[in-house]
Design a protein. Structure first.
Length: 361
């Protein structure tokens, strides 16, 4: 049994390693889809801590994604130095931050914003919490859209461009790299970086789930009043859930900015938050394999449906817009899945159940 499990794990690992090399043969666009899918997995794993483990419905999660993206965008583009000559004088060569600085700074800043969101919402639950978090996400987007006056900090709706690609041990991920005679495109290099971050985030999330903190979060999710009666500090645990979940969003945002080279407030709309929540719910609340599956499906589905929407549009002589038709097909697919699998595609077996009691305990 263990040998079979080890073989499956090894096979999946080898497939993930060679996947960009296979996709490169069909064009870099397919590798780019895989890159974005990995970023969405990172976001979904982070949101799963808040929604899946602690049971706190967060519709403003995209705000932390935006915070991480704009943090890296401001520090890695010429905009900040053009707006503030004093900063340009301090760093005449520009700020070209390595990866080992980007990740902790993005995580810390987003985590701080997560706790700032969590603090005023500690007594809210259900629909009221969802409305407040939704408002927080929209406030961040509106701020990013309007912080170009009187001092131009975010460049408003025009966004930030000329963002430096990510550097990793002297390797510029924005340029092709040759390894053992095989040329790896820029999108393939980003794939391996995102894959490493996703695996690290899954490991951290899993260790949190089986820890005392994870069990305390689940107790709050099932019955907050009972958890408080048992002596759990629900206030601190909720703040920790918001902060921990936000760190993953901040890291994903920084990676997104370096990968795209351009960011604007339109990239962080309410629809993005709804899609990330849908990934967690569709895959299976609180179950890591299900969350990963939901994120991969919902991030890749729109791209796959491009090839379906095109022929359907031509059949109607162009009377239906392909983009609207694609969204309709995605919505129909989600409705069918949720009707057939109301607990998600891959739900947790232990959802709502206590740990088994050992004999003689």
């Amino acid at each position: 049994m263990n040998n079979s499990k080890n073989f499956k794990t090894l096979a999946i690992g080898v497939l993930l390693l060679i996947l960009p090399l296979i996709l490169q043969q069909f064009g870099n666009a397919w590798v780019r889809i895989a890159d974005m899918a990995l970023l969405y997995v990172l976001l979904a794993v982070g949101l799963n801590i808040v929604v899946g483990y602690a049971g706190l419905l967060d519709l403003g999660y995209v705000a932390f994604f935006a915070v991480g993206a704009y943090m890296y965008g401001l520090l890695a583009s010429p905009h900040l130095f053009e707006t503030f000559p004093a900063i340009a004088a301090l760093f005449p060569g520009g700020l070209h931050m390595p990866l080992w600085v980007i990740v902790p700074v993005a995580a810390a800043l987003a985590g701080l914003f997560g706790m700032l969101l969590g603090a005023p919402t500690l007594k809210l639950r259900g629909d009221y919490l969802a409305i407040v978090t939704l408002g927080f996400g929209e406030i961040i987007r509106v701020f990013l859209n309007n912080l170009d006056q009187p001092v131009n900090i975010t460049n408003g709706p025009k966004g930030l461009n000329q963002i430096d690609p990510i550097q990793f041990f002297g390797i510029n991920l924005g340029k092709p790299f040759e390894l053992f005679g095989i040329e790896l495109a820029s999108v393939s290099l980003y794939y391996y970086l995102f894959l490493a971050l996703v695996l690290a985030s899954i490991l951290i999330s899993y260790r949190l789930e089986v820890s005392r903190i994870g069990r305390a979060w689940m107790a709050i999710r099932e019955d907050e009043i009972a958890a408080k009666a048992m002596g759990l500090n629900t206030r601190n645990l909720k703040l920790m859930a918001f902060g921990m979940g936000a760190t993953f969003g901040g890291i994903a945002g920084a990676m997104f900015a370096g990968f795209q080279g351009f960011i604007s407030p339109e990239s962080f709309s309410l629809m993005e938050s709804v899609m990330i929540v849908a990934m967690v719910v569709l895959g299976g609340l609180g179950h890591l394999p299900g969350v990963v599956l939901g994120a991969v499906l919902l991030s890749a589905l729109p791209e796959i449906l491009r090839y379906v929407a095109g022929p359907l549009q031509s059949m109607t002589d162009g009377r239906i817009d392909a983009a609207i038709l694609r969204q309709l097909l995605i919505a129909l697919a989600m409705i069918v899945i949720m009707l057939m699998r109301p607990r998600g595609l891959w739900p947790s077996r232990e959802h709502g159940k206590a740990l088994p009691v050992k004999e003689g305990a």
